[in-house]
Design a protein. Structure first.
Length: 204
């Protein structure tokens, strides 16, 4: 297996897949591809202190020495345009190809956007990446009022964080309660009460 394993996606799943291959004794090539230019980092903190603290730094999933020491070829800033399963090859955006014997897709998910007029305006943001979090942090520092569409965990974490930073925050949720896919109604009701006690406005 001269081309080894290629892992597309350098989030928690991709990094752990690379680590697990080495821990389980795989000694062939391991290439980890990510479309961001950063060292792979923890994403949950992005919706919390990172967006209110201008000095906050991303928290790496593993130190740089882990990749070199484990013979994991980490390639940042690489976006894959196409998988050719027949040729066992990936087409790289901007040109070039990357061959593989085995392919792991660990690309995660993206926020669901709303196809509404104005959704492409500069002040309308979603949160998935470090770049998104930095933009939210920069823009929220320049405004007094923030509206968050979506009453799931990430939306509510951002709401709590920005409210604690002094912003006027309104959460808009399409269904009749918060955290509808995640927790029982009694828990959602408690979370709503806690948020409203801090001054967050919630519209369901």
């Amino acid at each position: 297996m001269k081309n080894g394993v290629v892992i597309v996606g350098a989030g928690h799943a991709g990094v752990q897949a690379a680590a697990s291959l080495r821990e389980d004794g795989y000694d062939g090539p391991v290439i980890l591809v990510g479309d961001e230019d950063e060292l792979p980092y923890h994403k949950p903190p992005l919706s919390k202190t990172f967006i209110k603290d201008a000095e906050a730094k991303p928290q790496p999933l593993r130190g740089e020495a882990f990749y070199t020491g484990s013979a994991i070829d980490y390639r940042p800033g690489v976006r894959i345009d196409r998988i050719d399963a027949g040729r066992r090859s990936l087409d790289i955006a901007g040109g070039g190809a990357l061959a593989f014997d085995h392919l792991i897709l660990a690309t995660g998910s993206r926020p669901r956007t709303l196809p509404l007029p104005g959704a492409d305006l500069s002040g309308v943001l979603s949160l998935r990446s470090l770049a998104d979090a930095r933009l939210i942090r920069d823009l929220s520092a320049q405004t007094d009022e923030v509206v968050i569409l979506g009453g799931g965990f990430i939306g509510l974490e951002i709401a709590a964080t920005l409210r604690a930073a002094g912003r006027t925050v309104t959460v808009v949720e399409a269904v009749d309660r918060l955290l509808g896919r995640a927790v029982a109604p009694v828990v959602a009701s408690h979370v709503r009460q806690r948020l409203e006690a801090t001054g967050v406005s919630i519209l369901t």
